[in-house]
Design a protein around this ligand. Structure first.
Ligand code: SF4
Length: 326
């Protein structure tokens, strides 16, 4: 028997045709939202896909900085975000005025540096940056784009920055930000799970702190995780240290494996409260009313240049790293 959610999904598909919309959804959205989307992906894939959309409307199921990125990279489109209060703890950890003051202080001290900024940042912070990276292209930018005679100021994710320092050997000045979801995985529970499933593989996002990454067999962003898991044919148990909705994507694509989410310190699932703000009802309503819409802001002009230079210039190497050296 059809449920209320089935009815709402049908309404959304109907509205999609009526208003000419393409639905983009991040891997951290609920499975029912990912199932409806035209395109699912990580930040890098969605940013690139946004440039190719040919319908007049993009419905972005993700958080605010992602929808702003889609608008900046495809300004002619109407970009709708079901809930504009869907923020990100990494964005909050790096206020633009604080970053500008810090950059000024470094310049006054004669430091020659470039600012490499994780895409999880506000448009104003992007506008203050030399490069924008995602977990998918960060290694390439740090290795190949920042001149060797420049220091790197990496903002805002200290854990991704520290991980990049390790894999590239380039020292960085690290901003003190972190993702509230990836920061609180329980090492204690992870070790217990590894004991319970001795043949399992632990896959972890580089936004996780070092104490989790030390236990990982594979470290990579969500897109890289999909490639890694998909390349393994033998049924395997994966212990997954990233936002739990990612498991919907893995379970749908690679049914031969078993997936167990690594629990958080304070709750069993570590779901991102910002991503969870988007619901089927809000998606339907934003399509019905044509709002909330991402409106062009003055800082988008400069941020767009940095974004396009950083993300749209192939080739970009995928973040595929084996922490234990093979
Ligand atoms: S999972 Fe972390 S980095 Fe991603 S949107 Fe949520 S708070 Fe931000």
């Amino acid at each position: 028997m059809p449920t209320v959610l089935d009815d709402i999904s049908a309404e959304i598909l109907d509205l999609k045709q009526k208003i000419g919309a393409t639905i983009l959804a991040h891997y951290y959205q609920e499975g029912e939202i990912q199932a409806l989307a035209d395109i699912t992906g990580d930040s890098l894939k969605l940013a690139r896909e946004a440039t190719k959309v040919d319908t007049p409307v993009i419905v972005f199921c993700g958080v605010l900085f992602m929808a702003e990125t889609a608008k900046m990279l495809n300004p002619a489109k109407t970009v709708l975000l079901p809930d504009t209060s869907a923020g990100c703890s990494l964005v909050d950890s790096c206020p633009p005025d604080k970053l500008a003051r810090y950059q000024e202080m470094l310049r006054e001290n004669g430091r020659k540096f470039q600012t490499v900024t994780y895409i999880n940042s506000s448009a104003k912070v992007k506008a203050l940056s030399d490069w924008i990276v995602t977990s998918g292209n960060a290694e390439d930018v740090v290795r190949n784009k920042v001149p060797a005679d420049h220091e790197i100021l990496f903002v805002p994710d200290q854990h991704l920055g520290r991980y990049l320092q390790e894999v590239t050997g380039r020292q960085m000045i690290l901003w003190n930000g972190s993702c509230m979801v990836h920061e609180i995985f329980s090492v204690h529970d992870l070790v217990k799970l590894k004991r319970k499933y001795p043949d399992s593989q632990t896959i972890a996002h580089p936004e996780c702190p070092k104490n989790i990454l030390e236990h990982a067999d594979y470290i990579g962003g969500t897109e890289a995780m999909i490639k890694h898991v998909g390349a393994i044919g033998t049924p395997t148990t994966f212990l997954v240290a990233t936002e739990p909705n990612m498991m919907w994507q893995l379970e749908s694509r690679f049914k031969q494996h078993k997936y167990i989410g690594v629990p958080g310190i304070t709750c069993a699932c570590n779901a991102c409260p910002h991503m969870a703000k988007n619901t089927l009802e809000k998606i339907r309503d934003c399509m019905k009313h044509g709002k909330p819409e991402i409106i062009w802001q003055p800082e988008f002009d400069k941020a767009k240049e940095v974004l396009a230079r950083s993300l749209l210039n192939p080739p970009v190497a995928p973040a595929v790293s084996h922490p234990h050296g093979d």
